[in-house]
Design a binder for this molecule. Sequence first.
Ligand SMILES: [Zn+2]
Length: 214
Amino acid sequence: MTTGGETRRSIVRGFDGIQYNQKRPGITLVCFGRIEHELRDELLHSLGSLLDSLEEFIPIRPVVSCFHEPDPLRIPAVNQEVSYFPLLEQIGGNIVLGVTNTGFFDPSKSRYIFSYGHVDGRAALSALRFRKECATRQLFLERMGKQILKTLAMACTLSSCADTGCIVSYHRWAKDLDRNQYVCEPCRQDLIRNLKFFLNVQPDKNSALIAEGD
Ligand SMILES: [Zn+2]
């Protein structure tokens, strides 16, 4: 194991968009396109709360940074997520999570997918179906707050959990997140182990995708 990964991963951008060296390991949230500050703050709060709950198990608390970025110029009509991962790859931070209003349509399933995770600590979340499937603003924010944790788990290569109360479980519809009240103990252990891995080493590159919401 090496500490901190390669140099590229130690360059992060703050809220002001300015790049700076970050010696502590980092989780970066990238808000693509028109992601409102209220949603951004909800996602950051959710990530922060999870890290608070894991604090005693992870030797160094990662820095969570966030910035806004335009959506990619060229987005295909289907499998739109493929346009986002090259951008997420270029962004500093041991773990990088993107959120966009662009839908990720999977033609093989004839529906939009909530999140995709790469096994290299990158994952992307589409807010599109949450905007359509949530009756109130509060529900939208609550469900997105949970889905960003599922997305983080996917970036950390966790597969869907069989415990339907667990946030890492499979979600077919946005409302399925309402039954999630916790991260179950086995997922918590997996998450701690894999967070430590991603926050401390440069993982092997692999392009395998994990899909959620299908
Ligand atoms: Zn679980």
